[in-house]
Design a protein around this ligand. Structure first.
Ligand code: ADP
Ligand code: MG
Length: 593
């Protein structure tokens, strides 16, 4: 989460954005309109109360009419109950609308993110995407729940109060209105200050968040290197900054609230004195004065809160802008509407034709890289670290788009393939095994396109991959829960499961990114046996870190400077004494075998 994410700046209202927000609110417009329809009723009842007080005093209390007074008191109570019921209904409806819009927005965003390619994920840190999905969506729902809707109600109430005060006594009304500019300026000043300090709070909260995330994830490392003290100091500093910022922001709020109270009381004192005089001269009834004081009390609050609502609107606008920018981001990997689903007969299983590729700008990872893999051929890819071996595998499954040239699978450009079909045709055993939170069985069943996998197929795959013993050793077998990307399994166990998972796909081409880090010898032997099973009778492209892989493959492709520099069998390449021979010596230690 960067600091930039949490700035609340910019315009508060943008008609184009609001139209798009409305497009999400439209399906729930009936709820929204219903709640809006209740606002005039709420305003009317709110204005009725002081008026009833006036009637009670002038008509019944002063003349001493008990029976009449009882009626007015009953009416007052009914008014109160009605107001209570309406407020509950309004709050229920606006919250309901807000939550539903929020739900739809989150769903739209998540669906959109699922369509994004790997390059998009590289560009957008997870923290930022989470902020969009959670905080920004929340800011928009606030607009429904407390912001825009409540403003309509406030304005109605204010207008009513102004009219009634003028009707009661216009001179007194004008005296009261004279105080409005003072309040407005004061409120605006404190609101601005409060907003600045609020932004400060958000920035510091984001910093603390980022720190905590890193620190907690690396806790075992921190303890291992005895860095607790230093981390605690860093945390203490960030924590203190947050406390100070938070305190600053509450101070402005306190000033604002107390200020409005004080102003209201001052107005009441002024009116008591001036209005009292009016009563004495008979220009105003006693009940009128009491009602007037009540109206004044209700007059300042909406003005005070208008500033808060403006902030809500501003935050929602900024959030809407970010959310829609995200929704508008087009994935560069866009599969055709009805793509190819199978191989062309006689075509090479995989072919790279003059492929140029860079993750960023002109930093070429592959430069004019060309090679072919025949159907059924077992190819090993070797090269120094960072040379682009994993990249080649990613391009085969179209996780990234090539810059120039073509990648073909089964004789068809990957851009012509249906994406799900392509990813089932090219099975991947990644270098870093990714397991989802869920049971082992769920992890094995994650076949694209919702294909049904039978229990027999799973058992067969587990057996073939030698992973059946892994599953048997788990306390709950296939129903064993995997946590945090498989941290509760050993690396060897995870790899065996990944191999089984790739076998369930039954892919035509296998792409193996062998793990660089070694596992224990027993797992190693199992994995080798599993892999052997995996590549039987299949086209395979293996990024080789194991001696056994390069010795048993049909052909070795040696990658250097972004292209295939040497190709051939292990013994041939060694005998040639070229780049491969040197690399082999470096990676596997011995020049012989
Ligand atoms: N997601 C990425 N974003 C930017 N650069 C990347 C990314 N992945 C890999 N690279 C860079 O591309 C180059 C090739 O990486 P990779 O294909 O993983 O190498 P290998 O698997 O041969 O070790 C490296 O220089 C690496 O730093
Ligand atoms: Mg790699």
């Amino acid at each position: 989460m960067s600091e930039h994410d949490d700035e609340i700046l910019g315009k508060a209202y943008d008609p184009r954005l609001m139209r798009r927000v409305w497009s999400f609110a439209r399906p729930h417009r009936r709820i929204i309109f219903l709640s809006m329809a209740l606002f005039p009723l709420v305003a009317a009842l709110e204005l009725l109360q002081p008026w009833l007080t006036k009637i009670a005093i002038d008509r019944y209390i002063l003349p001493g009419d008990w029976a009449g007074l009882t009626w007015v008191a009953a009416a007052y109570l009914a008014c109160l109950l009605g107001l209570y019921g309406l407020r509950v209904a309004v709050s229920y409806l606006t919250q309901l609308a807000g939550q539903r819009v929020m739900h739809d927005l989150r769903a739209a965003l998540f669906a959109h993110l699922q369509r994004q390619d790997a390059a998009f994920m590289d560009r957008n840190p997870v923290g930022r995407l989470m902020t969009r999905l959670l905080n920004d969506v929340e800011a928009i729902s606030e607009l429904f729940a407390s912001g825009a809707a409540a403003v309509v109600g406030d304005v109605l109430t204010l207008a009513g109060i102004v009219v009634l005060m003028l009707v009661l006594n216009w001179e007194l009304a004008l005296v009261t209105f004279a105080l409005v500019p003072v309040l407005a300026v004061g409120a605006a000043y404190f609101r601005l200050k409060a907003r600045d300090s609020y932004r400060g709070v958000r920035i510091r909260l984001a910093r603390l968040n980022a720190f905590l995330q890193e620190s907690l994830q690396g806790m075992s490392i921190i303890q291992l290197f005895a860095r607790e003290r230093r981390e605690a100091e860093l945390f203490g500093a960030l924590n203190g900054e947050l406390r100070r910022a938070q305190f600053r922001s509450t101070r402005f709020d306190a000033f604002l609230y107390a200020g409005v109270e004080a102003l209201g009381s001052a107005a009441a004192a002024l009116l008591l004195w001036y209005g009292g005089g009016q009563v004495l001269t008979g220009a105003l009834t006693f009940g009128g004065l009491v009602a007037f004081l009540e109206y004044v009390g209700r007059f300042f609050l909406p003005i005070r809160d208008l500033g808060a609502k403006y902030t809500v609107l501003q935050a929602a606008t900024v959030s809407a802008e970010r959310i829609f920018a995200l929704l508008d981001a087009e994935a560069s990997v866009r599969p055709p509407a009805s793509g190819a689903r199978g191989f062309e007969t006689g075509a090479p299983a995989v072919e790279f034709r003059h492929v140029w590729f860079a993750y960023e700008g002109e930093e070429w990872v592959l430069r004019d890289c060309s090679f072919e893999v025949a159907p059924g051929e077992r190819v090993a890819l070797v090269g120094p670290t960072g040379e682009g071996k994993s990249t080649i595998v990613r391009l085969m499954t179209r996780s990234y788009e090539v810059t120039r040239g073509q990648v073909l699978v089964g004789g068809r450009d990957v851009r012509e393939w249906d994406l799900t079909a392509l990813r089932r045709a090219v099975g991947m055993v990644p270098q870093e095994v990714f397991l989802f939170t869920g049971t082992v069985e769920e992890n094995l069943r994650v076949v694209g396109g919702g294909a049904v996998v039978s229990r027999e197929a799973i058992d067969r795959a587990l057996q073939a991959a030698r992973a059946d013993r892994v599953v048997a050793s788990l306390p709950h077998g296939l129903a064993h829960e995997i946590h945090e990307r498989g941290q509760n399994l050993s690396q060897g166990q995870r790899q065996l499961l990944a191999i089984a998972r790739a076998l369930i796909y039954n892919p035509a081409v296998l792409a193996l990114d062998e793990a660089t880090s070694s596992v224990d010898p027993e797992s190693e032997a199992l994995i080798r046996a599993g892999l052997e099973e995996l590549v039987q009778g299949r086209t395979s492209v293996a990024i080789a870190h194991r001696l056994s892989t390069i010795q048993t493959c049909d052909r070795i492709l040696v990658l250097h400077r972004g292209r295939v520099r040497e190709a051939g069998r292990h013994a041939e390449l060694l005998a040639a004494g070229g780049f491969y021979a040197r690399l082999y010596e470096l990676q596997f230690g011995t020049g012989r075998t």
